[in-house]
Design a protein around this ligand. Structure first.
Ligand code: 6GU
Length: 259
C-alpha cells in the first residue's frame, strides 16, 4: 500500500519511522511518503490559508494550494506546473482514496480502518482544525475519487496531523505481514465479537497481595474461554453500554445471558 500524507508540519509524522509502521516501511509493505504542503505554494510567504468568507474566527486553507498538492501526489498533475501543457504521462497505480481528517467528519472506527486497509493508495490531507475550503472535497468527489472526511473522536485537536498518525497506524497494522501473529488481530478489542478485550495477566502469579485468577492457571481451556468471555461482557457492559446495545443477540450463547 502507498500512503501520501500532506501537511504543513511534516516533522509531526516523523514518529512513523518507529515501531510497527516503521517495520512495515522497511519491509516494503508500506510505501509512506510525507510531503510539506508549502511546496505547492507560489508566493514569497508560502501562504496556505486565508480569512473565511462570511467572517468568523480562524483561517481556512486555500483550495488552490491543496488542489496542486493533491493533483500531484495522485498523479493527475503536470509536474512542470505549466498552465498550458497537458500532462499526457499515463497515471500509474490504482486511483487514490482521499482521506481528510476533520472533527466534523464521520467517525473513524476499526471498520473504517479495515476498509481503508484494502486500498492501494491513500492520500491523507491534514488541515488545521478550522478546516480546508469545502470545494476541495467537493471537487475531488466530482472527479470520481473516493473522499472520506473522518474524525477520530468527539474532541478537538489543533490540526489533522495527530489524527493522521492514528489512522496510518490503525490501517498499517492491518496490512498482511505487519503484525507478526495474525491471531492477535482476531481476539483484540473492537474485533468481530463486538466486545472489549478481557483483562490479561502474566508472571509473577502473585504480585504483592494481588493474585492472577486461579482459572487462568488451571489449564482448563473451556473454563478459561468461558471466564474470558464473561469478563469481556462485564467490562463492555460497565464501560461501553453502547456496544452492548449494538450486540447481535443471535451471536450470544445461553451462558452470555447469565453474566
Ligand atoms: Cl480528524 N481533526 C481535528 N483537528 N480534531 C479532531 C479530529 C480530527 N478528530 C477528532 N478531533
Amino acid at each position: 500500500m502507498r500512503i501520501d500524507v500532506v501537511t504543513i508540519f511534516p516533522d509531526y509524522l516523523a514518529s512513523l519511522d518507529l515501531s510497527l509502521v516503521g517495520k512495515a516501511r522497511a519491509a516494503g509493505i508500506l510505501d509512506l511518503r510525507v510531503h510539506d504542503l508549502r511546496d505547492w505554494t507560489t508566493d514569497r510567504h508560502r501562504t496556505v490559508d486565508d480569512t473565511p468568507f462570511g467572517g468568523g474566527a480562524g483561517m481556512v486553507m486555500r483550495p488552490d494550494v491543496w488542489g496542486r498538492a493533491i493533483d500531484e501526489v495522485t498523479g493527475r498533475a503536470d509536474p512542470s506546473g505549466s498552465s498550458v501543457a497537458v500532462d499526457r504521462t499515463p497515471r500509474e497505480g490504482a486511483p487514490a482514496h482521499l482521506v481528510v481528517p476533520t472533527p466534523s467528519g464521520e467517525t473513524f472506527t476499526q471498520r473504517t480502518a479495515e476498509a481503508l486497509a484494502t486500498e492501494e493508495h491513500l492520500v491523507v490531507a491534514c488541515g488545521r482544525y478550522e478546516g480546508i475550503d469545502a470545494r476541495v472535497a467537493e471537487h475531488y468527489r466530482s472527479t470520481g475519487m473516493r473522499v472520506s472526511e473522518l474524525s477520530i473522536g468527539d474532541y478537538v485537536l489543533n490540526g489533522g496531523e495527530v489524527a493522521a498518525l492514528v489512522m496510518v497506524e490503525a490501517v498499517g497494522r492491518l496490512l498482511p505481514g505487519v503484525v507478526g501473529n495474525p491471531e492477535s488481530l482476531v481476539e483484540e478489542s473492537h474485533g468481530a465479537a463486538g466486545l472489549l478485550e478481557y483483562p490479561v495477566y502474566t508472571k509473577p502469579p502473585a504480585w504483592g497481595d494481588l493474585e492472577v485468577p486461579d482459572v487462568l492457571l488451571s489449564g482448563h481451556h473451556a473454563r478459561i474461554h468461558r471466564w474470558r468471555r464473561d469478563q469481556a461482557l462485564r467490562r463492555t457492559a460497565a464501560r461501553r453500554p453502547d456496544m452492548v446495545r449494538a450486540l447481535d443477540v443471535g451471536t450470544l450463547d445461553r451462558h452470555d445471558l447469565e453474566v
